[in-house]
Write a protein that binds this ligand. Structure first.
Ligand SMILES: [Zn+2]
Ligand SMILES: [Zn+2]
Length: 98
């Protein structure tokens, strides 16, 4: 089983529209990747005159992959970054920077 640990990264701020801190952006950040090891049911693929074995995780939909290739996503913790107060002035300069 391949495990991917992700953290939810929430960006909050306060602004003229809402003085209470509120979420303006949510992202998923991969914090750890634990490979499940070699594929248990490699698939034979014809390549010119020879055949090669490829991991089933690279060919099959998730439901048909072997336990080693299947990816399990674990949501671990929530990271919150508070940007503080963002008024119109700062928003304008941020927009110009992009
Ligand atoms: Zn806001
Ligand atoms: Zn596999």
């Amino acid at each position: 089983m391949t495990f991917v640990n992700v953290a939810i990264h929430q960006v909050t701020h306060t602004c003229p529209a809402n003085p209470q801190p509120h979420v303006v952006d949510t992202r998923r950040v991969i914090v750890a990747y634990v490979p499940g090891g070699p594929c248990r049911q490699p698939i034979r693929v014809r390549l010119n005159n020879s055949t090669v074995m490829v991991a089933c995780g690279r060919r099959l939909p998730a439901a048909r992959q072997c336990p080693a290739c299947r990816i399990t996503v674990i949501e671990r913790d929530i990271i919150t970054t508070h940007l503080g107060y963002e008024g119109p002035q700062r928003s304008a300069s941020e927009a110009a920077a992009r």
